[in-house]
Ligand binder design. Sequence first.
Ligand code: 5GP
Length: 190
Amino acid sequence: MNRDRYLLVISGPSGSGKDSVVAKLMGLHPGIECSVSATTRPPREDEMEGVHYFFLTREAFRQKIAQGDLIEYTEYVGNYYGTLKSQVDIRLDKKITCVLVIEVEGAANIKQFYPDCTTVFILPPSIEELERRLRKRGTEDEEWVHKRMMRAEEEMALANQYDYTLVNDDLDRCAADLFEILKQRQDDKE
Ligand code: 5GP
């Protein structure tokens, strides 16, 4: 089987619950692993270095770009985010399913380099619910909510470019559907 089949790319706006869906998927299937991205965004209270992200200064991030350590990167709401080549290669080489949870521009770039990867877009049940979830987080201010809502609408307009879309109105079902997609793709002999 082509090694790209072990790569699962997930996108969805902030508040779509994509991280919870991926956490659920990995909890149910411990063989599935998540790539840890690099970012220049400061860590949130519950986030740990090397677990949620590798938190870098802008200078260190630019150095990674120059060294060719990133497969893709983008600037998202004022910060850099990028996928480390080492994080992906180490897993694909061992035939371990590797999940990337990245925004739309990065996902499109990954699809170019790994054409056989599987891309899935996670949608919130509605725009109203998305806004409610963002506000509930209460981690950032009103301007942040506004920016994320604008960005969410732009991103959702691109959902049809993904191999699959899933609506996250029920976490368990969404995670189960995601696993089915993965299984089908990896069982497909072509
Ligand atoms: P957050 O700041 O909420 O953790 O992430 C903001 C956005 O950046 C999310 O859509 C997340 O999926 C995306 N993101 C995280 N890591 C990467 C990455 O390595 N590359 C790209 N292109 N996007 C990323």
